[in-house]
Design a protein around this ligand. Structure first.
Ligand code: AMP
Ligand code: GLY
Length: 429
């Protein structure tokens, strides 16, 4: 089997690497990939936002299955182009990708299906702001409607902040056109869980639950990022909680998309807040999470490539993979200044030593320059390891983090600490 992975971040490196581990896979390509993916699979340059170009590339390469990593190509209609040419693809249509492409769409969909989610309203102009922004008390969540690369959510502490953020979003100053409509939403308290499934529209395969770390600094302080690390451990959700999420959120969501005539096919990511009243949907993404994918795929046993192929054929076989027995963890090493401005082109030291210590270093923002691996993005590496318990998985990841260095590097030192506290307390959500 030949597989093509679309995208160039840590998630795509992990997918490409994981597919390449499967017997029966004889070629893996990644467009555009990155400096680290190039060591594991064939990286090819290309414009992933151009559906015709990418579909033609898949035809030229003669691949059996293509999997799309990021949301932007899906919203641009890459999967539609593949389907119209009869090419096998894992990823939703442009219409189904609205679940992530528009917060207004996804909020209305959640309400239409009666799914558990925070009370909310849509703001389109100044008079909506005046009439509605205070309706949910404070703090309050303000969300830009369109894709904003992780920068579209503001948690406002009081009315003054809510009004000024809402105005800045609507005026196009904060996130451009993505903020021309906003969702204002009741603030929820609890623990966040990333819950993902792969579906062919009907059948689905539940991936093990993970927990991301969105804030830049230890102790969940500092600005929001794309994710500074994640871990995959069975303590995150009890079996009963997992079954409840499947029954009350996953199944009705997939049924709702079928009813609308836009069945969802691909990876559906539910960002959940586990509150005192049970899990509530914070957001949908129409793809795997990054960095959650790295610990999930590092843990997954079985034929991941076969699983993708079965989904792309509309005959998903969820028994092809299982969660391995050992928990896994991923620590993101980022450029100094991220998620704000940062330098690139910094040489990275210690990658081979880290690999010898047993961790897998997935590359997110790297490229090869003058025969060396240098930084090329905000999130640079995702150092991923397993262990007999969560504590050992984390220790193994940090052991490898310790031998990697580049100018300005920063990373969180408390990845997995909620999990460790939960295990120490003998509880699971
Ligand atoms: P979203 O893109 O909707 O997931 O929002 C990004 C982040 O903002 C989430 O991961 C949460 O940490 C936070 N967030 C979003 N909505 C809410 C909410 N209603 N209550 C509390 N935190 C929220
Ligand atoms: N790590 C969160 C996301 O992928 O959206």
């Amino acid at each position: 089997m030949k597989v093509l992975v679309i995208g160039g971040g840590g998630r795509e490196h992990a997918m490409a690497w994981r597919v390449a581990q499967d017997p029966g896979v004889d070629a893996v390509y990644c467009v555009p990939g990155n400096g680290g993916a190039a060591a594991d699979v064939s990286c090819i340059p290309g414009n992933i936002l151009n559906p015709e170009e990418i579909a033609s590339l898949a035809e030229t390469l003669g691949v059996d299955c293509t999997v799309v990593g990021p949301e932007a190509p899906l919203v641009a209609g890459v999967a539609d182009e593949f389907v119209s040419r009869g090419l096998a693809v894992v990823g939703p249509s442009r219409s189904a990708a609205q679940l992530e492409g528009s917060k207004v769409f996804s909020k209305r969909f959640l309400d239409e299906c009666g799914l558990p989610t925070a009370a909310a309203a849509v703001l389109e102009n100044e008079s909506d702001v005046n009439a509605t922004v205070g309706r949910f008390g404070y703090p309050v969540a303000l969300k830009a409607d369109g894709l904003a690369a992780g920068k579209g959510v503001v948690i406002a502490r009081d009315e003054a902040e809510a009004r000024s953020s809402a105005r800045a979003m609507l005026g196009g100053d904060l996130v451009g056109d993505a903020g021309r409509r906003i969702v204002v939403e009741q603030f929820l308290e609890g623990e966040e869980v990333s819950f993902m499934v792969l579906t062919d529209g009907n059948a689905f395969c539940v991936l093990p639950a993970t927990q991301d770390h969105k804030r830049a600094l230890d102790g969940d302080r500092g600005p929001n990022t794309g994710g500074m690390g994640a871990y995959c451990d069975d303590s995150i959700l009890s079996n009963a909680a997992r079954e409840g999420i499947i029954e009350r959120i996953i199944e009705p969501s997939l049924a709702g998309m079928r009813r609308r005539g836009t069945p969802f096919r691909g990876f559906l990511y539910c960002g959940l807040m586990v509150t005192e009243d049970g899990p509530q949907v914070l957001e949908f993404n129409v793809r795997l999470g990054d960095p959650e994918t790295q610990p999930i795929l590092y843990r997954l046993d079985g034929g991941f490539a076969e699983l993708l192929a079965s989904a792309s054929r509309g005959a998903l076989d969820p028994t092809l993979v299982t969660a391995g027995p050992e928990p896994t963890a991923c620590v993101v090493m980022a450029s100094g200044g991220y998620p704000g401005k940062y330098e690139t082109g910094e040489p990275i030291e210690g990658l081979q030593a880290a690999g010898r210590l047993g961790a897998k270093v997935f590359h997110a923002g790297t490229r090869i320059a003058g025969g060396r691996i240098v930084t090329a993005g905000g999130r640079v590496l995702g150092v991923t390891a397993r262990g007999k318990g969560l504590d050992e998985a984390l220790a193994n990841a940090y052991k490898s983090v310790d031998v990697i260095d580049f100018t300005g590097v920063h990373y969180r030192k408390d990845i997995g600490s909620r999990g460790l506290r939960r295990l120490a307390g003998g509880m699971s959500g």
